[in-house]
Design a protein around this ligand. Structure first.
Ligand code: FHN
Length: 440
């Protein structure tokens, strides 16, 4: 089918910027805004839903919500402390919400008054974060919600000529803000879009196409998530011919592809994940605490994504005063400690093409390299690990990555099937570097 605003390519990008993104494998998502102050509570009631949706779940009139900006002093905000923690957690890139659905901007935008410059904090948080994270060697991406509950011209549907005119003004406003972001922060590596699922946006595939082109003209090499795009007919992520729009698939939200589904490796992709069950913004309630994921569960997800050549973007919701919840900070350190010892199996790695999903964890491999890593996240109760090698190969040795002096000698059970005796080592997530050779 002939499309004017469909996919711009049929194959994954192979330029250096894309290769860099692909090698990162682990990133930090940050959702921070006015919603971090009420943190899931309104007038003493706990709302057990995503904290960044509180304005809707608690039916708070927009003007009342907007008044929160006058309390936003963020006295504990320290961009360098966030960046230092992120670096210790092992992330290679970070994606910050510049404007979430409530329309509040974390930079002093010239196109609205509803921004962080007009708060008691009077700061350009995005500017500070971009500078601090880059100082710590972390690439920065910017999240932007097209959906906007604050702007008078936002429309969910276009049912009248008036809607059409208003929404046209809204799209001009959003384009202006996006150009403003690209011009203020030209060192960012990409844009992550959200809030693009409504009929009004789907009817404007051309605008989504123009946004992608315009931003890429302003920042060469820029990477744009698939969530921005709609085609001529309103198809999202993938155009009406089935081709991916944008540079990578960003539809995996709080879910991962099946670990045996190799079809996802045909394109670049990223999965984003919350620490609690379903809140991206900081939620102070017991509901959010009860559903927190452990470091081991999150490390499993990092390895899971790597084994399918995808990136994992783990969300943090800092508190309203700008500090990071100590439990989140501890989790970040735990993940970072694991990656400091085992990162060789993650960074720059991807699918081990000829190896099938083992069930007890994941295999990862660097493209064109012989070395395969076995990441053991689910311990077999018998403490023996079965490894089914690709036909025609045999396993010579398995070296514990964090303790290279420890080598396990594999036992051959049948052709291409080997077993490792794990002994009594503790049940943490272990990584073995495998040495293989062609069977004689
Ligand atoms: O509604 C948002 C949600 O608050 C959060 O920003 C996530 C992140 O992927 N995106 C939306 C839901 O798809």
């Amino acid at each position: 089918m002939e499309l004017n605003y469909g996919a711009s390519r049929q194959q994954p990008r192979q330029d250096a910027a894309m290769q860099r993104f692909r090698e990162h494998r682990f990133g930090q998502f940050v959702h921070w805004g006015l919603y971090a102050m009420p943190a899931g509570y309104w007038q003493g009631t706990e709302y057990r839903f995503a904290a960044e949706f509180l304005q809707k779940t608690a039916n708070i009139p927009e003007p009342e919500w907007a008044e929160l900006a006058q309390q936003f002093s963020a006295e504990a905000f320290d961009a360098d402390a966030w960046a230092a923690l992120a670096a210790r957690s092992g992330v290679k890139y970070a994606t910050f919400t510049t404007k979430h659905h409530d329309g509040f901007c974390l930079w002093p935008s010239q196109y609205t008054d509803f921004h962080s410059g007009n708060t008691p904090a009077a700061r350009d948080f995005i500017g500070e974060l971009v500078a601090a994270y880059q100082r710590h060697g972390i690439d920065v991406y910017l999240y932007y919600s097209v959906l906007d509950w604050h702007h008078p011209d936002w429309r969910y549907r276009l049912e009248s000529a008036e809607d059409q005119q208003a929404f046209k003004r809204y799209l001009d406003f959003a384009m202006n803000q996006l150009v403003e972001l690209a011009q203020r922060y030209p060192s960012v590596k990409g844009f992550w879009f959200d809030g693009t699922w409504d009929e009004s946006v789907k009817a404007n595939g051309r605008w989504t196409w123009e946004v992608e082109q315009r931003l890429k003209e302003l920042i060469p090499g820029l990477i744009v998530s698939s969530r921005l795009r709609a085609d001529d007919l309103g198809a999202r992520h993938r155009d009406s011919n089935g081709s991916l729009m944008g540079d990578y698939e960003s539809g995996y939200e709080r879910r991962l592809p099946d670990p045996w589904d190799r079809s996802v490796c045909e394109q670049d992709w990223e999965a984003c994940m919350t620490i609690p069950q379903a809140s991206w913004g900081y939620h102070a309630g017991p509901w959010a605490k009860r559903t927190r994921k452990s470091a081991a569960e999150l490390i499993d997800m990092i390895a899971h994504c790597t084994s399918l050549s995808g990136n994992f973007l783990l969300n943090f919701g800092p508190r309203g005063d700008g500090s990071i919840d100590p439990e989140d900070a501890a989790l970040a350190e735990q993940i970072g400690n694991w990656l400091a010892q085992n990162g060789a199996a993650i960074y720059g790695k991807g699918v081990a093409t000829n190896w099938s999903y083992p069930g007890w964890g994941y295999y990862t491999q660097e493209a064109d390299s012989e070395t395969v890593y076995a990441v053991v996240t689910k311990w077999p109760t018998a403490r023996r690990l079965r490894l089914q090698l690709p036909a025609g190969e045999r396993l010579l040795a398995a070296t514990l990555l964090r303790e290279p002096a420890l080598q396990l000698n594999p036992q051959e059970l049948e052709t291409s099937l080997f077993e490792l005796e794990l002994g009594n080592s503790s049940e943490e997530t272990l990584v073995f570097e495998l040495t293989t050779a062609a069977a004689e």
